[in-house]
Design a protein around this ligand. Structure first.
Ligand code: PEP
Ligand code: MN
Length: 300
């Protein structure tokens, strides 16, 4: 019997392309319609849960743009727990998002649920959102991996960090390098008083494991408007590269997710508080130059 010694393969992480290993030691910084996301650039993606009407969409888009948001969000196709609930305006919703972009200049983030809607979504979206429920829809991930538009990939409700990175790998493997990871709350034993548990630890852990930008959705994590600011501040301080947050002109009338949407008229105050936390983390929100660590005299 002859024993042949084969060189052992160094076991790197299975998410080969997402890994921040020696092959990719630099952080991925995306430029989306002139707005940077990643590195020292903090992105603020704001807008309604769903596109409901022209007035609601355009009012929100102007309010968040004027307050300092860098991208506009809004769902035209909505993943709803109940098949009887409002499913989104579909093509009409996409048309309204295009109008919001034309009027405000804000790049659009919108969800793709079905690969059959890829073309119309791509016509409008600057960033394609893959929702938490579809994080492991591998055929959908493969299809968006074949396009050039950046993909915002939300963590599944019960997905581990490794499963999130493997899902990102499906997109990267097809040649699309523009993937943004999003922590949006996970399911734990405790769902008293909140919708889910925001996994803040996922931020620094992901930043160690991957070069991809990591953002946080405090709205879906909390399900409550009053928790959105504290969670946003914590996420920014923990090193997130951005926030995606829901905003509505009249949340009490919202068709979907009313209790968690911030009031559009109060959004500027939220942004002001968020900016301070972003600065503490050495990043800048929007076009302002990075302010770095607070210097003496900034404390007043
Ligand atoms: C959304 O952002 O519109 C949404 C449905 O979020 P999630 O997929 O995280 O539930
Ligand atoms: Mn929502």
């Amino acid at each position: 019997m002859t024993i042949v010694m084969e060189p052992t393969r160094t076991a790197g992480p299975p998410y080969r392309l997402a890994s921040s290993g020696p092959q990719q030691s630099e952080r991925t910084v995306l430029e989306i319609g002139g707005r940077k996301l990643g590195g020292e650039h903090f992105a603020l993606i704001a807008g309604p849960c769903t596109v409901e009407s022209r007035e609601q969409t355009l009012t929100t888009a102007h309010a968040v743009r004027d307050a300092g948001a860098t991208l506009f969000r809004g769902g035209a196709y909505k993943p709803r727990t109940s098949p009887y609930a409002f499913q989104g305006l579909g093509r009409e919703g996409l048309r309204l998002l295009a109008e919001a972009k034309e009027q405000t200049g804000l790049p659009i983030v919108t969800e793709l649920m079905d690969v059959r809607d890829l073309e119309p979504v791509l016509d409008v979206a600057d960033v394609i959102q893959i929702g938490s429920r579809n994080m492991q829809n591998y055929s959908l991930l493969t299809e968006v991996g074949r396009c050039r538009a950046p993909v915002l990939l939300k963590r599944g409700l019960s997905a581990t960090i490794q499963e999130l990175l493997m899902a990102a790998e499906y997109i990267l493997k097809e040649g699309n390098e523009a993937v943004i990871l999003c922590e949006r709350g996970i399911r734990t034993f405790d769902c008293d008083h909140r919708r889910s548990t925001l996994d803040l630890m996922a931020i620094p852990i992901l930043k160690q494991l991957t070069h991809l930008p990591v953002i946080v959705d405090p709205s879906h994590a909390a399900g409550r408007r009053d928790l959105v600011l504290p969670l946003s501040l914590a996420a920014a301080a923990a090193g997130a590269d951005g926030i995606i947050v829901e905003v509505h002109p009249r949340p009490e009338e919202a068709i979907c997710d009313g209790p968690q949407q911030l009031v559009a008229a109060e959004f500027a105050g939220y942004v002001q508080r968020l900016r301070a936390a972003v600065a503490i983390a050495g990043k800048s929100l929007g076009s302002e130059p990075p302010s770095g660590a607070l210097s003496a005299g900034d404390g007043g």
